[in-house]
Design a protein around this ligand. Structure first.
Ligand code: JB2
Length: 212
């Protein structure tokens, strides 16, 4: 009989619900529970096991795979480091209703939601989220810990740095670069390069704030 991979989900909010839904339809995965500092009880029909202090105990008991199900990129980075330090490996949550080209390259701990499209030779970095109906066209490079919110459209050859958040419906024309940890407001249309650590909004996208 197939031996399933036991997985703990870190986080139990809205994002975790979607991840649980995707992972439950993966025949190779057995979700053992979630962790959260505050919530107790259940999320969907998955038990909340306690806060993150139980991760070490879970790992030692043989549950050595995790998924960081938290939308905030910086929090996801912090928790990824914490879980990796304990020794956890990260599984991917890829909806069976997403299209993922066979030539694309995926890291680990990635979420690819229903309706998302990952085209030929695109690369998605560790811990990134490609949310509902977002599309990543050919040869794009998405760094680690990014989040493309629902309905984002990236044309071909776009390069996105680590930790970038693309708000709902952001559109990016072919070949643009977006620097690490920048934020694009919902509906932005990117027709020029965006440096790192910027907040940009509007059509066309204009930088309204920049930080170190
Ligand atoms: O250190 C932590 C921690 N900090 C916050 N460890 C663990 N295990 N959990 C932590 N959390 C928990 O993350 C909070 O207690 C809360 O239960 C959860 C965040 O839930 P929330 O629903 O606020 O956000 P989310 O990350 O699940 O979803 C966001 O991102 C998604 C991609 C929302 O913006 C969603 O609308 C979005 N679809």
């Amino acid at each position: 009989m197939l031996s399933k991979t036991k997985v703990v989900i870190i986080g139990c909010g809205g994002h975790a619900k979607v991840i649980i839904d995707i992972l439950k339809s993966d025949p190779e995965i057995d979700i053992v529970g979630c962790t959260d500092p505050y919530a107790r009880g259940w999320v969907s029909d998955i038990p909340i096991l306690g806060d993150d202090t139980i991760l070490r105990e879970l790992y030692d008991s043989g549950i050595q795979h995790a998924f960081i199900a938290i939308g905030d990129n910086a929090v996801r980075q912090r928790l990824s480091r914490k879980a990796a330090f304990i020794g956890f490996h990260f599984v991917n949550a890829i909806s069976r209703f997403a299209y993922v080209a066979s030539s694309s390259q995926l890291g680990t701990g990635i979420a690819i939601m229903p309706g998302a499209v990952i085209q030929a030779d695109a690369r998605i970095g560790d811990g990134s989220i490609i949310n509902t109906n977002a599309s990543v066209d050919h040869d794009c490079e998405i760094g680690s810990l990014c989040h493309a919110a629902p309905g984002v459209t990236l044309s071909g050859n776009v390069v996105i740095g680590e930790g970038v958040f693309l708000g709902t419906g952001t559109k990016v024309i072919d070949g643009m670069h977006i620097g690490e940890w920048s934020i694009l407001g919902a509906g932005a249309v990117v027709v020029d390069a965006i440096p790192h650590h910027c907040l940009a909004v509007g059509v066309p996208a204009r930088i309204i704030r920049q930080w170190d």
